[in-house]
Every structure is written in C-alpha cells, then in structure tokens.
Design a protein around this ligand. Structure first.
Ligand code: 13P
Length: 237
C-alpha cells in the first residue's frame, strides 16, 4: 500500500476545482491510499468516496482571534484527516520556522489529525543534508508525545524543477530517516518522497522499496496525469 498525496497548492478557481473534483470521482485507487489537499475554500467540495482529505496547513493556535488563519477544528469540521505541516514553501514564503511547525505538530497529535511533516535540504545545504534533516526533525519533534505521523522528504531544490535526486540517494536518505525515527523516537513511520514526481519517473521511483508514497504537486494538477500515476502504482504490489 502506497500513499499518493496530491498537494494542489494555490491553484484552481472554484469552477476549475469543481471539474477537477468531478474527474477525481472517476479515478480508481483500490490498492493504494489517495489523499487530496485542495486550497481551504474548496475543501467542502471534495467529499468523494475514493480519497481522503488533507489540508495544506493549519493555524498554530486552536481557535479565536487570528485573522486570515484556519484552525484545525474548523478543518476537521470540513472533513480533513491529514494535514501537510512545514512545507518548504511555507518555510520560505511565510517564514515558518521549526518552532512554529512544532506547535502545529502538537495540535495535530492532540486532535488526531495525521501530520505529513515536510523536511528537506536546500541546494546550498546539500553537502550537509543529514545534519539539516536531523535538526528539522529534532526541533520539531523532541519531547512531543508522538502519534501516527507521515514524514515527507522533499529536497527543496527538487520541487517544481524536474530534477530528482539519484535513486540511491533517495533510498539511503529514506533509510536514514526511518532508522533515525526508530532509534530516537521509538516510532516506525511512513516516509514518502516529494519533488518533481510525474508519470514519467513514477515507475522507476517505485522500484525504491523504502518509499512509502509520494507527495505530488504539479503533476497532480492534471487529472489525467494523476490517473496515469495511480494506474501505474495500482499494478505494483
Ligand atoms: P512538484 O511535484 O511540483 O515538484 O511539487 C512537490 C511538492 O511541493 C509537493 O508538496
């Protein structure tokens, strides 16, 4: 079973979102788990039976006076069971740091929403990748009471660029994350890969056993490409 997580980011008008949703209802995803993360305003339209719903973010506080934010309770009332936390675009463009991300993770655990925690190194940090990942994990998770968690390894330099790390690098990084979480947090978690996943590279990526799923941006916006990716993953074990 693989996780296929579609991060629609800040795309689609309401009409486009509605027609995407209609096409989504015709997709067959039986062996794997499909999770769709639309923009907040469209969450209530995405109520299909063949996928779960995730949010792209949550507010760092529970409820109340926080203009322009959306709370985890509000998102749960719209049907989410998953939340992307700490995406690199939020780290870069909204100045989210590991301390803020930690608050959001704690809320997810409190409310039994499964966090999809994004970690990954920038191009400049490539040489010290494991050090960067370790710091991101520890600042965010240290001393929290962990529940179910999905970790998304998304190298920042791979997002939207068409470049992916060499497959043996993805393999060893995911292996390292799994071992690190087991040894330091006594937890076996699913670790997924994100960054320029598409219908052309999904078959070869899927030969990497360590990958428990994919966080897909651009390619998931095109419903026929998403269909193709799902079909390719359906025929695999
Ligand atoms: P792309 O698939 O467009 O590279 O985006 C990856 C991503 O950021 C998913 O969260």
């Amino acid at each position: 079973m693989k996780l296929i997580i579609s991060n629609l980011k800040m795309n689609f008008t309401l009409e486009e979102a509605k027609s995407y949703k209609e096409a989504l209802d015709t997709l067959e995803c039986k062996k794997n788990t499909l999770i769709i993360c639309p923009s907040y305003p469209y969450l209530s339209y995405f109520n299909g039976k063949n996928y779960y719903l995730g949010s792209q973010n949550i507010a760092s506080r529970k409820m109340g006076s926080l203009t322009g934010e959306v709370s985890i309770e509000q998102l749960i009332s719209l049907g989410i069971q998953y939340a992307i936390i700490g995406h690199s675009e939020r780290r870069i463009y909204s100045n989210e740091d590991d301390h803020l991300i930690r608050k959001k993770m704690a809320l997810c655990f409190d409310y039994h929403v499964v966090p999809i925690l994004c970690i990954g190194e920038s191009l400049e940090e490539k040489e010290k990748k494991l050090e960067v990942l370790k710091k991101q994990l520890d600042t965010v998770l240290y001393d929290l009471e962990l529940k179910e968690i999905i970790i998304a390894y998304e190298p920042v330099w791979s997002i939207g660029t068409g470049n992916t790390p060499a497959h043996d690098e993805i393999k060893s990084t995911l292996q390292w994350i799994k071992e690190y979480m087991k040894n330091n947090y006594s937890i076996e978690c699913k670790v997924i890969y994100g960054g320029s996943v598409n219908q052309r590279n999904i078959e070869s990526l899927n030969r990497i056993e360590e990958i428990d799923g994919y966080l897909i941006g651009g390619a998931s916006l095109k419903i026929e490409e998403l269909r193709k990716i799902i079909e390719i993953l359906e025929v695999k074990k």
